[in-house]
Design a protein around this ligand. Structure first.
Ligand SMILES: Cc1cc2nc3c(=O)[nH]c(=O)nc-3n(C[C@H](O)[C@H](O)[C@H](O)COP(=O)(O)OP(=O)(O)OC[C@H]3O[C@@H](n4cnc5c(N)ncnc54)[C@H](O)[C@@H]3O)c2cc1C
Length: 460
C-alpha cells in the first residue's frame, strides 16, 4: 500500500474544503487525542478538521483516501472505550460543527438531525412539542447523536424503550471513498434490502461517517413514580432485580452499590444511606392505576428479597435527586482515584451471580470496585478505583477488569453492554464472537473501506 502523505493531505484539505476549520496547533490537537477511557493508548493526530456540511465530509474522505491518511471520526469524545482516540498521523474528523435539527415532523413522529447535535438539545427541542426522544445515556447533556448512534448507546430508559438503534430509522453515511450512502427510510416498517442502517449503528466509526440521521420519536410519557430500596447485601439486590424483571417492565431500574453511594455522598451530600450494601432505584411511567400497580409490584419484590428500606415518591424533585445521584456515580468515583470502568451485561436472571462474583474479584485482587448500572437490562458498570502511580495497583486493576469480563462471558453475557469495543475491549472480542465472527467483521470492513483508512485499529 502507498505510504500516508501527511503534508500533501493538509495542502489538499486547505484547497478542497469550503466550510471547515482545520486545526494543527499541537496544544489544541492534544485535546482531540483521547476520549474518556482509561488505560488505553492514543496516537498523535496530524490535524483535526471540523466540517459544517456533508459535502465537506465527503470531500475530506476523498482527499484522505487519495493520500492513504487515516481518519478518526469524533463526536464529543465522551466515549469510554477509546473508540475516538487518535491514531498516529490521522485526521480527527470532529463532527460537533454539524449540530442542526433539520426537520421535526410531529405528524410522523420523526426528527432529521445532524450528527453533532447534543442528545439533550434534541430532547429539549422535541419536549417543547410534547414529544420524546427516549435514548438517554447518562452523558446525554454532552454526548452527540452521531456518537450515540456509532456506539449504539444505551441509557437509563433502555429497559423499557430499547437502545439508540431502536430509534434510528435511517442514516446518511459518507463512506471511506467519499460516496454518500442513504440507508433506511422514514417509515416505522420497511424491509427493502439488507438492514444497512443496523450495520452502521454501533460500528464505532469503522464503516462510515454518519452525516445525518432520521430518528423516531414518541409521545412524552406521564411523569414517572419512583421507588428507592436499600439492601444489606448485594446479591439480595440482584434477586430483587430478577424478581422485578419477571413481573414488571419498569421505565428505569438502576443499581448503586455501597462504594458508589459513599462516593456520591462524599462528594454531593444527598442524604443517602451509606451503610447499606446496595441502593436500587425503580421507576414506572405507566401513569394512573397501572403505574401505581407497577410500583407496588416492585415494592413487593424488594421486600421479599430482603430490602431493609423501601420508599416511593411521586414528588418530582425528590425523584430527580435520586436519579441525579445515579447519574453522578462515575464522576463521583473518579474523585477517589483513577478509574477503570467496566461495562458488562448478563442475562437478567444471572445478575445475582454477577454481583457475587464482582465482590469475590474485588477481594481476590484487593481492589476497590464501585458497581453501578442499568440493572433492569442486566448491564452493570463495575468500576475499579486505583492509584495510577503504583504499578502493582495498576496490574491488580487490570487483572480484576479481565476477571470481570471473563465472568460476564461465563454467565452467558457480553463484554460490552453499551460502551463499545474501541480499544479497551478489543482483546476480548475474539472470545465473544469467535473466528468466523471476526472474519465476517473483517470482510464487511474491507468491502466498505478497502484501504482501511477509517478508525484503523479499533474494534478488531
Ligand atoms: C459520565 C459519562 C456517562 C456515560 N453514560 C453512558 C450511558 O449511560 N450509556 C452509554 O451508552 N454510554 C455512556 N457514556 C459513554 C459515551 O457518552 C457514549 O459512548 C456516547 O454515545 C459517545 O458519544 P460522543 O459524542 O462522545 O462520541 P465519541 O466518544 O466522540 O465517539 C464514540 C465513537 O463513535 C464514533 N463516532 C462519533 N461520531 C461519529 C459519526 N458522526 N460517524 C461515525 N462514527 C462516529 C467515534 O469514532 C467513536 O468510535 C458515558 C460517558 C460518560 C463520560
Amino acid at each position: 500500500m502507498t505510504e500516508p502523505d501527511g503534508p500533501g493531505v493538509l495542502a489538499d484539505l486547505a484547497r478542497g474544503l469550503s466550510d471547515s476549520s482545520i486545526i494543527t496547533d499541537p496544544e489544541i490537537l492534544d485535546s482531540y487525542r483521547r476520549d474518556q477511557a482509561g488505560l488505553v493508548d492514543a496516537g498523535m493526530p496530524l490535524a483535526a478538521v471540523r466540517p459544517r456540511t456533508s459535502d465537506d465530509v465527503r470531500q475530506l474522505l476523498r482527499i484522505a483516501s487519495g493520500h492513504r491518511v487515516p481518519v478518526v471520526p469524533r463526536g464529543a469524545g465522551s466515549g469510554l472505550s477509546g473508540g475516538a482516540n487518535a491514531v498516529d498521523g490521522s485526521l480527527i474528523l470532529s463532527m460537533t460543527g454539524m449540530d442542526r435539527i433539520i426537520e421535526l415532523d410531529t405528524a410522523s413522529l420523526l426528527a432529521v438531525v445532524e450528527p453533532g447535535l447534543i442528545n439533550a438539545d434534541l430532547s429539549k427541542a422535541v419536549g417543547e412539542l410534547g414529544l420524546w426522544y427516549p435514548p438517554d445515556p447518562a452523558s446525554a447533556d454532552f454526548s452527540t447523536i452521531g456518537g450515540n448512534i456509532a456506539t449504539n448507546a444505551g441509557g437509563l430508559c433502555c429497559v423499557k424503550y430499547g437502545v439508540t438503534g431502536d430509534f434510528v430509522l435511517g442514516l446518511e453515511v459518507a463512506l471511506a471513498d467519499g460516496t454518500l450512502l442513504r440507508t433506511g427510510r422514514r417509515t416505522i416498517k420497511g424491509v427493502a434490502g439488507y438492514d444497512l442502517t443496523g450495520l452502521f449503528v454501533g460500528s464505532e466509526g469503522t464503516l462510515g461517517v454518519i452525516t445525518q440521521a432520521t430518528l423516531r420519536l414518541r409521545p412524552a410519557p406521564p411523569a414517572p413514580s419512583t421507588l428507592v430500596a436499600f439492601f444489606a447485601d448485594l446479591p439480595a439486590a440482584g434477586t430483587a432485580i430478577a424478581e422485578i424483571a419477571a413481573g414488571v417492565v419498569p421505565s428505569a431500574l438502576e443499581l448503586m452499590d455501597r462504594a458508589t453511594v459513599r462516593a456520591v455522598e462524599g462528594w454531593k451530600r444527598l442524604d443517602l444511606d451509606v451503610e447499606a450494601a446496595a441502593m436500587l432505584i425503580g421507576r414506572s411511567d405507566a401513569g394512573g392505576p397501572e403505574g401505581a400497580a407497577e410500583i407496588e409490584r416492585m415494592t413487593r419484590a424488594c421486600r421479599s428479597s430482603g430490602a431493609t428500606f423501601v420508599a416511593t415518591s411521586t414528588d418530582a424533585m425528590e425523584a430527580d435527586l435520586l436519579m441525579t445521584a445515579r447519574r453522578l456515580a462515575l464522576t463521583a468515583l473518579e474523585h477517589l482515584g483513577t478509574v477503570l470502568l467496566d461495562d458488562v451485561a448478563v442475562p437478567i436472571g444471572r445478575i445475582p451471580d454477577l454481583l457475587r462474583s464482582i465482590e469475590e474479584i474485588a477481594d481476590r485482587h484487593t481492589v476497590l470496585i464501585g458497581t453501578f448500572g442499568h440493572a433492569g437490562d442486566g448491564n452493570m458498570h463495575p468500576t475499579i478505583v486505583f492509584d495510577q502511580r503504583d504499578p502493582d495497583a495498576v496490574a491488580r486493576a487490570r487483572s480484576a477488569f479481565e476477571a470481570i469480563v471473563g465472568v460476564a462471558l461465563e454467565l452467558g453475557g457480553t463484554i460490552t453492554g453499551e460502551h463499545g469495543v474501541g480499544l479497551l475491549k478489543k482483546p476480548f472480542l475474539p472470545q465473544e464472537i469467535g473466528e468466523p465472527g471476526l472474519e465476517a467483521h473483517r470482510r464487511i470492513r474491507r468491502a466498505l473501506d478497502p484501504l482501511g483508512i477509517l478508525n484503523p485499529g479499533k474494534v478488531l
